[in-house]
Design a protein around this ligand. Sequence first.
Ligand SMILES: Cc1ncc(COP(=O)(O)O)c(C=O)c1O
Length: 496
Amino acid sequence: MVHHAWTASHSAELYGINDWGAGYFSVSDKGEILVTAQGESGPLKISMLDLVKDIKERGMDMPVLVRFENLLAQQIARLNNAFNNAIEQSGYRGKYRGVFPVKVNQQCHVIEEIAQVGAKYGHGLEAGSKPELIIALANLESPEACIVCNGYKDAEFIDLGLQACKMGYRVFFVIETPSELPIILERSRALGIQPLIGIRVKLASMVGGHWNATSGDRSIFGVTIAQLINLVDTLKAEGMLDCLQLLHYHLGSQIPNIRDIRTGVLEACQVYMDLVREGARMGYLDLGGGLAVDYDGSKTNYVHSRNYTLDEYCADIVDVIMTTLDPNEIAHPTIITESGRATVAYSSVLLFNVLDVASFEPGPLPEVISEEEHAMIHNLKELLKTANVRNLQECYNDALFYRDEIRELFKRGQVNLRSRSLSENLFLKVMQRLLVLAEDAPREFSELPRLKEQLSDIYYCNFSLFQSLPDIWAIDQIFPIAPIHRLEERPPPGRP
Ligand SMILES: Cc1ncc(COP(=O)(O)O)c(C=O)c1O
């Protein structure tokens, strides 16, 4: 049996750190997780362990939620640069204006950072309620930045948005239900301020993934195509079709498959073109959220991953819009996306201590098993000698059988507690042996995942799931998890 020397790069592979780390997280030769952030004079690498020491020196203890503002800034820059490159390379004649949905993270330092870094790119905010609109108005300074108001809007919300328009903010009221238009028209007349109107449409395109309830006919938000036509007719009758400038759709968050993204844009482009033909002023196409995060690093269309890069996402969107609009001689719109999770996901890390470990190690075994022990126990001992890379499955089945037989005999009072303990220890010893042999087995051992699970340690960690990671429990959101140091050490068999 060959035991290869273990290095930190093996751990990086084991935990998939380079796959989900997006260039922000890596492992040093010393076996510590590093965070790479853009500093003023170039990239900075910070060891997470040093960070923990620093936090402790300041009198704080784990668990701690660390937010890396630099990573947030970098994500805003990456998103805007990727769209701007796609636009430049393809000769697209519109702009990109991203908006961050405030509901995704309302923490004031997050919003402040996004507004500050985003000013250079005209990156705006999406507001789904009155308080969020107030947040947006308080933070955005760039006249280029858009404020997209989704969600149900009452007269007070609309008055605030209209006054903001008068002050020079670019506030779009996105109509989610037909009942909102009469309020917008009435408030606009009362205040004498022209609104910027958008309409959120329900597309027929469905997406795969965890959050696909926001796509298709039965999606909760947005108007149907029939309602859209009625809204256009009302605006025409009021002489206000000029105010309709934005088409919005949101197919769902975390869209793992690029094909679904292309299909959605294609359908939206058809709607957009017909709105232009109807006489609406248009100019903005808002694709909502959906840009996925590769949480498991698999780069596939698995629900917690994505089968595309950021550059592909941007290039595909620009490409579909151009190839659909150009033959119809429709001007290229400003592209808006409402990326939430992809903007903030990398910037916060929960650090917590492992307090204790329950490991499934066999206890000490006697050199010789007494003749008086049950035959099944002798059989288990024998497996330790006979197991080899070719009979893994057979040994696995036998070991389970012998152990379960002893458990049955124990229940019936036919073997005592010490014998049962001996059999459990022998069983674990056999499992560990099989795990080591499986590494060099000529054929894949199908029970390996189960075996690893059976032998894996249980870690007792000091943090509150409900305070720190409720998404795992409530909405099946997964997050990458890894030790932040000792990654140059080989994990014992069965771990992690
Ligand atoms: C209207 C709207 N825009 C944007 C988002 C953010 O989506 P994501 O986090 O996938 O970018 C959401 C969230 O579901 C949403 O409902």
